[in-house]
Design a protein around this ligand. Structure first.
Ligand SMILES: Cc1cc2nc3c(=O)[nH]c(=O)nc-3n(C[C@H](O)[C@H](O)[C@H](O)COP(=O)(O)O)c2cc1C
Length: 182
């Protein structure tokens, strides 16, 4: 594995940064998997797979995530002023890939069961948890936005045939499940 240090030009600019190495190293940080959903201006559901979801503040309750600049899905749902974060379960790996495929934003909800959160954004059936938000602010950060949301409603652990739902995890490009070690 490379541990090369970055070289700097006379004006201090980084001239040897390797985006592939950055991606590989960041892939060693495991994340949960969510589908962030919302409605477009015509009242149609949109959503995409997002690993950068994070809790931000308890008082007031705020969460955030980072969509890529130019995302068709983000552009479609941003005008609604709200979004819903759906935490996927380990039985929803198919939805993870389906909602991550570029150019399919119009058809991702085909065959997917959902109902509306208080904001109107979709709650996916059998998600581990959902967090319904109004958009507080969108910050530009390099090639991503940081979307900060005020939490309006949330819930977890809906019944999964009498079993507690288990989360889906993403690590080094692969999906897996949670195993307690301590
Ligand atoms: C596990 C996983 C996590 C992802 N996390 C993010 C993320 O945090 N931000 C992002 O912009 N894209 C993320 N993606 C990629 C988007 O889902 C994908 O680029 C998007 O669905 C493409 O559609 P769009 O062009 O309509 O945005 C992730 C993909 C996967 C498989």
């Amino acid at each position: 594995m490379s541990n090369e240090t970055n070289e700097r030009s006379d004006d201090g600019a980084d001239v040897s940064f390797d985006p592939g190495h950055f991606r590989t190293v960041m892939g060693h940080f495991p994340t949960g998997v969510t589908i962030v959903s919302g409605m477009n201006a015509d009242g149609k559901p949109h959503g995409f797979t997002i690993g950068s979801f994070t809790s931000v503040s308890l008082d007031p309750p705020m969460v955030g995530f980072l969509p890529q600049v130019g995302s068709t899905t983000w552009d479609a749902m941003a005008t609604s002023g709200s979004f819903c974060v759906n935490v996927l379960s380990d039985e929803q790996s198919d939805l993870c890939w389906k909602f991550a495929k570029s150019g399919t934003d119009d058809t991702r909800f085909d065959g997917v069961d959902w109902h509306a959160a208080p904001s109107g954004s979709p709650i996916l059936d059998r998600a581990v948890a959902w967090i319904d938000c109004s958009i507080e602010h969108v910050y530009d950060m390099g090639d991503h936005h940081f979307v900060l949301g005020n939490v309006g409603a949330l819930d977890a652990d809906a019944d999964h045939d009498g079993k507690p739902p288990e989360p889906l995890l993403f690590f080094k490009g692969t999906l897996g499940g949670f195993g307690a070690v301590g």
